[in-house]
Write a protein that binds this ligand. Structure first.
Ligand code: MG
Ligand code: ZN
Length: 213
């Protein structure tokens, strides 16, 4: 019985996600769902990305348990930003994204970034209506995360290894991560970036600019 309840919840979510995607397609807004652990640098990456792409072309939906700190930072970067407080909820669902979409003016927007709640488990199970998924993993988290949270990394279209500026100070084996990825996801490009120094960011910007599927 319990399993059936979960199935129904996911079915309802998927149907609504499909509606979100249709709406975003009609508005010609490429939508990217960013998923990662807390503190991996999603907000900082978005600040730099908005700066690069141009604030008027970008909108952000920020999922957070309590605070509006991330949304305030992104608003300062100039992009239309909607904060979604999930309370105790540890992931965003298609319902919350649908509500967020109602508040956005998508007229001039070309990119919608959804900053998911920091969590490497359940966000991967919820389609939000995005076109692409991006996972971040950061150097301080340790090099075992792909192996441990493989369902997340299996479901994404690109992977960013962030905070590369800390590689020198921490023991982090990039080859171990690549070997783990080779077993579960060989299609997603793997990009090594530092929002702080700007190193590798060009590859991420190019991915955003070229890969329009
Ligand atoms: Mg954040
Ligand atoms: Zn959750």
């Amino acid at each position: 019985m319990k399993i059936r309840v979960v199935e129904n919840v996911l079915k309802a979510n998927d149907a609504l996600a499909q509606e979100n995607r249709q709406r975003l397609d009609e508005a010609a807004v490429r939508t990217i769902n960013l998923m990662s652990a807390p503190g991996s640098g999603k907000t900082t990456l978005l600040e730099k990305t908005i700066e690069q792409l141009g604030a008027e072309r970008c909108a952000v939906l920020v999922g957070d348990l309590q605070t509006t700190r991330d949304a305030e930072r992104l608003e300062k970067a100039g992009a239309q930003t909607i904060q979604i407080n999930t309370g105790k909820g540890c992931h965003l669902s298609a319902t919350e994204v649908a509500r967020g979409l109602e508040e956005l003016d998508l007229d001039k927007v070309e990119y919608l970034f959804i900053e998911n709640v920091g969590n490497m488990v359940c966000p991967a199970g919820f389609d939000l209506g995005e076109h692409q998924r991006v996972a971040l993993l950061s150097i301080p988290e340790g090099d075992d995360k792909v192996a441990k949270y493989w369902t997340l990394f299996q479901s994404v279209d690109a992977i960013l290894l962030t905070k590369m500026d800390l590689l020198e100070v921490l023991d982090y084996d990039i080859n171990r991560v690549k070997a783990d990825l080779a077993r579960i996801n060989t299609a997603a490009p793997f990009m090594e970036v530092s929002s702080k120094t700007g190193k590798g960011m060009e590859q991420w910007f190019n991915w955003l600019k070229n890969k329009q599927d």
